[in-house]
Design a protein around this ligand. Structure first.
Ligand SMILES: [Zn+2]
Length: 283
């Protein structure tokens, strides 16, 4: 691990220091875990065993924001006005937050790559076209990066991102395009082969569109169970995010159950600041 660390120099935040695929896999094995004194070690459930199998090393908290669609006349909690997003991004900038990619988080978890001060991850679920038309220019203005969790069968559908837009986003190096399944199904209700298909086909189809491997996953409706967790790991994802409201703490939650903070329409900037107060406390 020291060898890897010395190879990876600290570089500006908006470009991933190294793609996760290029980093040697040093995941801990179950045998190794017997030698680690950790609070999760007593009578683990199967879910805990899966978490333990990929127990990360670095101990840090990080806010991973969850957003969806944008519209100047938002009517649902999941659709925000461009003005709200602008105000929130300005808040992050003025309060010294630094956006990081999930590649960066992965490297921080497994390889102790340093995170910047006040790190934050911006994620967008489902793949709405407004992410390209409305959110992308605002992110660019502030020099922020973000992660798009795309539902692969929604590509090119009205209101959703097109192949050309996804390619453009990848080329910009501002966006990571990642998987949010093929059909946005509740994965806990699927048969074994259907579950595998949702995880692996979305991964393959999106990779072929953006010409870049897909490493990260977002559970539709935040729904998961033991078979889902197992297959997320088996299909080769490196990190997965859920919808439990709170800061991600990989050391306790494991890499496949990272918490997020959902941002809804109409949230005041004072309440937005409260959601991020763990980062700004004491300053
Ligand atoms: Zn979704």
């Amino acid at each position: 691990m020291i060898f890897v660390f010395t190879l990876i120099a600290y570089t500006p935040l908006e470009s991933p220091v190294v793609k996760a695929t290029e980093v040697p896999d040093i995941k801990v094995s179950l045998d190794d875990l017997d030698h680690i004194n950790h609070p999760h070690m007593q009578t683990p459930s199967v879910i805990e065993q899966i978490q333990r199998h990929s127990l990360p090393w670095a101990d840090f908290y990080i806010p991973i924001l969850e957003m969806h669609d944008f519209n100047s006349n938002p009517k649902t909690p999941y659709t925000m006005s461009p003005a709200q997003l602008s105000e929130e991004m300005a808040f992050l900038k003025s309060h010294g937050f630094h956006t990081v990619s999930l590649d960066h988080v992965y490297n921080a978890i497994h390889h102790n790559l340093p995170l910047p001060s006040r790190p934050i991850v911006l994620t967008f679920d489902d793949g709405y076209e407004s992410n390209f038309i409305i959110a992308a220019p605002i992110l660019k203005k502030y020099g922020f990066c973000a992660t798009e969790f795309m539902v692969s069968s929604f590509v090119n559908k009205p209101g959703f991102l097109t192949e050309a837009q996804l390619k453009n986003m990848t080329r910009s190096h501002i966006w990571e395009i990642e998987s949010h399944t093929v059909s946005h199904s509740d994965l806990t209700k699927l048969k074994k082969d259907e579950l595998w298909n949702e995880l692996s086909r979305s991964k393959d189809d999106l990779a072929s569109i953006v010409q870049s491997p897909i490493h990260y996953f977002s559970y539709p409706y935040g729904a998961y169970n033991e078979p889902v967790l197992r297959d997320v790991e088996r299909t080769g994802y490196l990190l997965a995010v859920r919808t439990n409201q709170g800061y991600a703490h990989p050391m306790t939650d494991g890499p496949f159950l990272l918490n997020r903070i959902a941002i809804h329409q109409g949230l005041s900037i004072a309440d937005y600041a409260k959601l991020l107060s763990r980062s700004t406390a004491g300053n």
